[in-house]
Design a protein around this ligand. Structure first.
Ligand code: SF4
Length: 254
């Protein structure tokens, strides 16, 4: 008699299926134009089960503008870490109004977790990984939990760590879609100009990748856009794009 599968075995089987699905979508549709990828994903592949995640940072307007062309009611998740620049929060509200987006979901860290792990609010000064876990990774896992897939605006040119970014990728039991993965800085600039999109005001001060204010600095000419993040630390990503999120999603599914 076959042994009854344990819950963990079922999760591993499901995740292998998702990885194959993401690889298949990437092989078949990864070459399409960003607008086509968004349209087919939102209307066909993941209809009613897809969201977008946006930081409303330096490059966020393009993806949101394209999403608004396809479906203004598509849920857009914004992680309010409690450490954003005021300019980013104002920019979020202005872009939402510009594009007529109707379903912005602001996700915040759990109060009890903050009281336990970061009671003084200064954890970023001593342990950036733990701070990102409580302010970004766990909240994002909660934010995407109702969905099968989500869009991001990540691009290969943004950092060497993103040089081989696929368009469709598996994250735990869900699929993350990066429609702009293969775009260049010129593509981005041309689209912004052609559509006269509003820019995050911090870009004018040299902030080319914008996260929380304690961990973001302006970028020097010629440096990659993300070099202003966590300056002085080996850290290059907050964890929401790495295995920390996969673990949180897996834990949430157990
Ligand atoms: S980017 Fe900095 S302040 Fe924001 S969650 Fe991570 S460590 Fe904390």
């Amino acid at each position: 008699m076959l042994a009854k599968p344990r819950p963990l075995d079922r999760i591993i089987d499901a995740e292998a299926g998702i990885a194959a699905e993401a690889a298949g979508l990437d092989a078949l549709y990864g070459h399409l134009k960003p607008l086509e990828i968004i349209e087919r994903s939102a209307r066909e592949f993941f209809h009613g089960e897809i969201a977008a995640v946006s930081s409303f940072g330096a490059d966020s307007a393009v993806l949101l503008h394209m999403i608004a062309k396809i479906d203004r009611t598509l849920p857009v998740i914004f992680l309010d870490t409690g450490k954003h620049f005021e300019e980013t929060l104002s920019y979020r509200d202005a872009l939402v109004a510009d594009f007529g987006l109707t379903d912005i979901r602001v996700i915040t860290p759990e109060e009890a977790a903050l009281e336990r792990i970061d009671p003084t609010g200064n954890l970023n000064e001593t342990d950036t990984d733990a701070c990102c876990d409580v302010r970004k990774v766990e909240p994002l896992a909660r934010g995407v939990d109702p969905f099968r897939a989500w869009f991001t605006g990540r691009k290969r040119f943004q950092a060497t760590t993103r040089a081989s970014l696929p368009v469709f990728e598996a994250v735990g039991s869900r699929i993350r879609i990066n429609p702009l993965a293969h775009w260049t800085t010129s593509d981005q600039a041309n689209y912004m100009r052609t559509h006269a999109l509003r820019e995050n005001p911090l870009v004018a001060y040299g902030y080319l990748s914008i996260g929380c204010f304690p961990c973001t600095q302006p970028v020097q000419p010629g440096e990659d856009a993300r070099s202003g993040r966590w300056v002085g630390h080996a850290k290059t990503e907050c964890g929401i794009h790495l295995s920390g999120l996969e673990k949180s999603l897996t834990d949430a599914s157990l």
